[in-house]
Design a protein around this ligand. Structure first.
Ligand SMILES: [Fe+2]
Length: 127
């Protein structure tokens, strides 16, 4: 059996705000309540399970999503509609630009809790 990432837990100041933000931006199904989590499922079966940090500071993490060209256009339009800042790089140095790494398009933006989200149309080419 091939081993696949199935889910990960994502800390947030307010799981409802963060989970809905992610679902809205990426055009995913509405978050599903599961125990203390609000679960956002992606189309390859991996879910991001948001949980309240309980007052602890949320340490910023990085989550990258591979999307089609059509989805990229929709996601990017939602970012611009909301007036959100986006970056071409994960350090936040190249503001309001996208990148064209590996012949695709990509950019980074931040969630309400401070996580870095990335949308790319081509996976990283390594090795
Ligand atoms: Fe990345």
């Amino acid at each position: 059996m091939a081993i696949e990432l199935n889910h990960t837990i994502v800390h947030a100041d307010d799981k409802a705000v963060s989970a809905q933000f992610l679902a809205d931006i990426f055009g995913l199904e509405a978050p599903i309540a599961f125990g203390p989590f609000l679960v956002v499922k992606t189309e390859n079966g991996v879910s991001l399970d948001f949980i309240n940090s309980g007052g602890d500071p949320v340490k910023s993490r990085h989550f990258a999503f591979l999307v089609s060209d059509a989805e990229f256009d929709q996601i990017f339009a939602r970012i611009k509609e909301r007036g959100l800042t986006y970056w071409a790089d994960p350090m936040g140095n190249v503001e309001n630009q996208i990148n064209t790494h590996f012949g695709g398009r990509g950019f980074y933006f931040r969630g309400p809790e401070g996580h870095w989200y990335e949308a790319i149309t081509k996976p990283y080419e390594m090795g």
